[in-house]
Design a protein around this ligand. Structure first.
Ligand SMILES: Nc1nc2c(ncn2[C@@H]2O[C@H](COP(=O)(O)OP(=O)(O)OP(=O)(O)O)[C@@H](O)[C@H]2O)c(=O)[nH]1
Ligand SMILES: [Mg+2]
Length: 356
């Protein structure tokens, strides 16, 4: 008679670790982060050097907790801003348990890629190569890229993906878990990012600017949130019809007076998972005043647009997205200011980074 097998409950392992997303500008790191989290927490644009500060995206499941670090694109820095951007990259390489190097399958291999591979030469952490944007290249080209890259670094895995379509992102997630150590959770289940709501709002405004400008404008634009004031449903009811959402471009320095003093954002509130939406009538109202910094007066004129039309469009687009995030009606008051050479001013850079 066969011996009865001892039934042993399979021990569930919980994997936890930091995963750095690195690569040249515009390869799709932030798009992948959003896809992996199933939620937009990082801005994405077709202009290079969109991400300027590393942010964490925390993905917790019953298998474990992956803490993604979305980084600025790797480039040779010319300004203080860009040196700081690269410092974020280097520091994330030190923190990471695993590195995901993204490349853009549509781009030819060049000096920029060699620069990235050189940085990885001194790194002992395992590296996955993610060949992104496979939705818009021929299969044969992907095979050529794999063939070239397999000898350029001892990659632990090479995975063709599409951040936009989600191709192979489930495979990637599984392989990441397989390569992380067993550990306890670092963040609680409802935490999704280390960035503050305030920083995300500034980023959303910047994203809308990036969508509408060309040439040097994307590089010379920064956004600072001066104030965020929220009023609850009771104050809104007292306000009645006076509190109508207003788009940027309209004058709003004189905010409508509330029946009670508004709650100010005195401290940075870190982002967590969204709460279910409340009834429409109970939605609070949020007043946001933000400054868009540019470097020269002709930049300011471009962002304002003819008769203020562009700043108005930017304001409408940003407000619509912010209303969804805050689950609130939003008054957005945008101002454009010239700060010469802010990219080399530690004060302005501290101010902007300080929002995170
Ligand atoms: N077709 C296609 N486009 C993609 C894919 N992933 C990203 N993109 C596009 O590539 C552009 C850059 O994406 P981002 O996610 O901002 O790139 P990034 O690497 O974070 O760029 P930086 O922050 O500048 O370093 C955007 O226009 C994205 O829509 C993809 O899988 N397929
Ligand atoms: Mg990015």
């Amino acid at each position: 008679m066969p011996r009865q097998k001892k039934v042993q409950a399979a021990k569930k392992t919980f994997r936890v670790g930091y995963v750095a997303l690195i690569g040249r500008p515009n390869v799709g790191k932030s798009a992948l982060l959003n896809r992996l989290l199933g939620q937009k927490i990082a801005i994405v644009s077709s202009k290079p050097q969109t991400t300027r500060i590393s942010i964490l995206g925390i993905h917790t499941t019953d298998k474990g907790q992956i803490i993604f670090i979305d980084n600025p694109g790797i480039h040779k820095p010319l300004h203080k801003l860009n040196k700081r951007m690269m410092d974020f990259v280097y520091s994330s390489l030190q923190t990471a348990d695993l590195i995901c190097l993204l490349i853009d399958a549509t781009q030819k291999h060049g000096h920029g890629d060699e620069f990235v591979l050189d940085i990885l030469k001194n790194v002992r952490t395992p590296v996955f190569l993610l060949i992104n944007k496979v939705d818009i290249v021929k299969k044969g080209n992907i095979l050529l890229i794999i063939d070239k890259y397999k000898d350029l670094h001892p990659f632990k895995e090479i995975i063709p993906i599409s951040a936009v379509r989600g191709t192979n992102v489930d495979v990637l997630e599984k392989l990441i878990y397989d390569n992380l150590p067993e550990s306890e959770k670092i963040y609680s289940d409802d935490e999704i990012s280390d960035q503050s709501e305030r920083f995300l709002l500034a980023e959303i405004i910047r994203e809308k600017v990036l969508n509408h400008v060309e040439k040097e404008l994307p590089w010379v634009t920064a956004v600072y949130i001066d104030t965020i004031e929220r009023r609850g449903p009771r104050a809104e009811a007292e306000e009645g019809e006076r509190a109508q959402p207003m788009d940027a471009g309209e004058q709003s320095d004189a905010l409508p007076e509330a029946g009670e003093s508004p709650r100010k954002f005195t401290q940075i509130e870190k982002m967590s998972k969204p709460r279910p939406a409340g009834p429409e009538k109970k939605r609070p109202v949020t007043y946001i005043k933000a400054t868009i910094f540019v470097e020269r007066d002709n930049h300011r004129i471009i962002i304002l647009g003819r008769r203020g039309q562009l700043i108005k469009t930017i304001g409408i687009e940003a407000r619509q997205e912010i209303e969804e995030i805050l689950e609130s009606r939003v008054f957005l008051d945008l101002h454009v200011k010239v700060r010469e050479n802010w990219r080399d001013s530690a004060d302005v850079l501290d101010l902007i980074e300080g929002q995170k």
